[in-house]
Design a protein around this ligand. Structure first.
Ligand code: BGC
Length: 745
């Protein structure tokens, strides 16, 4: 293998400057990195620098238009410093060899990929995982996703998505952490810790990419890629914190979003990228665009042509162009004409090379290319066990009349519905290199437990997700009649949520609703297992099903996890992180709304309400049942008043009042009763996830300081205001008890 002479020269500089890789990755100071990077940059032409600012997809799949072909020639010519949609040791090694051995400077490539909820072992979709409220588990699944991805040659995941959203019409809510800012921030941190760990010494972690900056989760009317328009106060208070939490946790890269915000496309928004992200947020990694975002500034009507778009992006602080080839084609000319300062290019290249150093790629460009490790790590048995556990922890029990669940021994179960035996949809959208046919179906999961639990499973599909074919109904009804209980597995196919899948109707698609009605008419107990990527409107089901399990898309081990919950092997504990509306007309509906000047009063027409539907959701944020019950004794507080520098303690004792062990997610909320600006009726500020044996109690303490009560005041400064507050606690965002306290000047 021919090693390029300039690369050798550079490698020598690095070796002299840094000693061993261990020393570099473990203890090298920023200044030492800077010096090495400067030495390399002194050797680079402008074209080569722009090459480092260019990210191209390979032909292994894409999520948008493929503008360029011939990426191998681009690598060879130093026109591309990073690639995405290429993975496996074999393929990444092949491409890295071109970069290292055939390009003039031999600068190694970074390989990125959308490893959102797993690489080959697919975990529940992020929205599902968020319902576990289990930060340690979310960190663990992210770390396994990273380990598998790194073993397959990858250095960089385009995750976590930190877009908060109150918009179930928007298909990408499946990729986020739900509607709450505080919880979303904690989850963002956990995921960054999982992906990046303590760093890259063992080449088993990947760089995180916080996306999509910013406010992509609130497109007008829920339509994908649409305009986002909100006040700066609202942006800072609800949408910005999860991104900044991820940055604070050390996330190394950020991706811009497709949308415009306050009429400026995010990718050309200097205020957003320089002032908010870098200055205020302290971000010092590199910023990549989303797929062809620079080009799209022309369609936005913000740039006259792609040259202009490239100038706007570079000057706004965008370091790397994903797939648009705008920097590649036009940036040189923009630098030469003085439209983009050379210092801007140098700063961007410096940040990108810094990431390559951190990854250890200058010491060994192939350190992520170990075929033995790939074989041992990817889709290992140990990972399946964690996937099963995470999947069980993500299932929300929405209804359980007359203890229909768990299913008891000796039953004949009619397992019906389009998703009952399905495998391919279980991995959900954004499932990396996951293979649907490796998933455990619900049918397989239940059959595996049938012998030990002494029950029989009779299967009939009944209908499809979509279309109007009802011909399978009668067979399914026959199977239902011959059984003791019906388990109907219905929902969305995986391509109905994710990117570019906005819906105006968030009911069950196709004839599935009708199918449930026909099953209900048999008079047998009806258990509905839902699979979907967003909250659905399911009022009929809430009224008529005997039990409902919201299972989202649970990934590789979905069938085993669902069987564990159906049979009572596992007692469900998850709670919703997004409100379920009764009707799409209520959207956006969220728990932390304002009171309005005319809060709803059933005795007064002139108060805030709909004439055809209650204001309340079908299932509120934080809601979820268990096979046991929990009782809360009275909430107490350590003092009726507290000062700006004091800590107030609220306390409640929770008891398992049922007959089996279970976990409860105890939720703490506050309300600021009067402010210099109006405040929400409640805001989540903490939670405890506890495990209790029957009859066991635990006393929980929640500490509140004035900083927990801070917000953007009338003058846009961030801080607390003295006055009256409610401290609230309960099992979900509606069933809350409260105490009033006063924060003193
Ligand atoms: C998505 C990003 C993703 C990128 C690369 C885009 O369409 O919005 O989230 O990382 O494609 O696949």
């Amino acid at each position: 293998m021919k090693i390029n002479s300039l690369y050798l020269l550079f490698a020598t500089i690095v070796a002299i400057g840094l000693g061993s890789c261990d020393k570099r990755t473990q203890g090298t100071t920023e200044n030492e990195y800077r010096h090495q990077i400067d030495s390399l940059m002194a050797l680079m032409t402008l074209e080569e620098k722009i090459g480092q600012m260019t990210l191209f997809t390979t032909d292994w799949g894409s999520t948008g238009p493929t503008i360029r072909e011939g990426y191998q020639d681009d690598i060879r010519a130093g026109r591309c410093g990073a690639l995405f949609n290429s993975h496996t040791v074999e393929f990444t090694r092949q491409l890295q060899e071109i970069a290292v051995n055939e390009s003039r400077l031999g600068i190694p490539l970074i390989f990125g990929y959308d490893v959102i909820h797993g690489y080959k072992t697919i975990f529940p979709i992020p929205l599902a995982e968020s319902c576990s409220w289990d930060l340690d588990m979310m960190e663990q699944t992210a770390s396994i996703a990273a380990r598998e991805a790194a073993a397959a040659g990858l250095h960089w995941t385009f995750a976590p998505m930190c877009d908060m959203s109150r918009e179930p019409r928007w298909g990408r809510v499946m990729e986020g952490a739900g509607e709450d800012t505080w919880l979303g921030s904690e989850i963002a941190r956990a995921r960054v810790r999982g992906f990046q760990g303590d760093g890259f010494n063992n080449a088993d972690r990947v760089m995180a990419c916080v996306k999509h900056f910013a406010a992509y989760g609130d497109p007008v009317a829920g339509r994908e890629y649409n305009t986002v328009d909100m006040s700066e106060r609202f942006f800072r208070e609800y949408y910005l914190p999860p991104y900044l939490a991820a940055i604070d946790e050390g996330a190394m890269t950020v991706m811009t979003s497709f949308n415009d915000l306050d009429a400026i496309p995010a990718t050309g928004n200097q205020w957003l990228l320089e002032d908010v992200l870098r200055e205020e947020g302290g971000f010092n990694g590199f910023i990549v665009t989303d797929y062809t975002c620079i080009n799209e500034m022309v369609e936005h009507g913000y740039a006259t042509d792609e040259t202009h778009a490239g100038e706007l992006a570079a000057n706004a602080g965008v370091d790397m162009d994903m797939q648009g080839a705008v920097y590649h084609r036009f940036l040189k000319e923009s630098v030469e004409s003085g439209k983009v300062p050379m210092s801007t290019i140098d700063a961007a290249v410096h940040r990108i090379l810094w990431a390559k150093f951190k990854l250890g790629l200058f010491d060994d460009p192939f350190r992520y290319c170990n075929a033995d490790r790939e074989k041992a790590v990817v889709f290992s048995q140990a990972h399946q066990e964690i996937a099963r556990d995470m999947a069980r922890k993500s299932i929300v029990l929405l209804k359980n009349e007359n203890q229909t669940l768990p299913l008891i021994n000796g039953k004949r179960i009619a397992l019906v519905g389009p998703l009952a035996a399905d495998k391919v949809n279980l991995i959900g959208a954004w499932s990396g290199a996951g293979e649907g046919d490796k998933c455990v179906s619900v049918l397989e999961g239940l059959e595996q437990q049938a012998a030990t639990k002494n029950f029989t499973v009779l299967y009939a599909k009944g209908c499809d997700f979509n279309g109007s074919d009802r011909s399978g109904f009668s067979n399914a009804v026959q199977v239902a009649r011959n059984s003791d209980v019906i388990v109907a597995v219905v929902g969305e196919s995986k391509d109905l949520s994710g990117e570019a899948t906005s819906r105006v109707d968030i009911n069950l698609p196709g004839v599935q609703q009708e199918f449930l009605e026909v099953l209900k008419a048999t008079g047998k107990p009806l258990v509905v297992v839902l699979m979907n990527g967003r909250p659905l409107t399911i009022p009929w089901m809430a009224e008529n099903a005997d039990a409902i399990l919201e299972t989202w898309w649970l990934g590789t081990q979905a069938g085993n996890a669902i069987a564990d919950v159906l049979t009572g092997e596992y007692n469900p504990s998850a709670k919703l992180t997004m409100t379920f509306p009764r009707h799409v007309g209520q959207v956006p509906i969220y728990y932390n709304h304002k009171n309005t000047g005319r809060p709803f009063d059933p005795n007064s027409k002139w108060t805030s309400h709909y004439v055809d539907m209650p204001n309340t959701p079908l299932y509120p944020f934080g809601f979820g049942l268990s096979y046991t019950t929990f009782s809360y004794d009275s909430l107490s507080v350590s003092a009726p008043e507290f000062g700006m520098k004091d800590t107030l303690t609220a306390q409640v004792t929770v008891t398992n009042s049922g007959t089996r062990s279970g976990e409860e997610i105890v939720q703490w909320y506050v309300r600021d009763l009067v402010g210099s600006v109006t405040r929400p009726v409640k805001e989540l500020k903490g939670f405890d996830k506890i495990s209790l044996a029957p009859g066991e109690s635990k006393t929980l303490k929640f500490k509140i300081t004035s900083s927990d009560l801070s917000f953007y005041r009338a003058d846009m400064t961030f801080g607390p205001e003295p006055g009256a507050f409610w401290v609230m606690v309960g099992p979900d965002s509606e069933r809350l008890q409260r105490k009033e306290v006063r924060l003193m000047e």
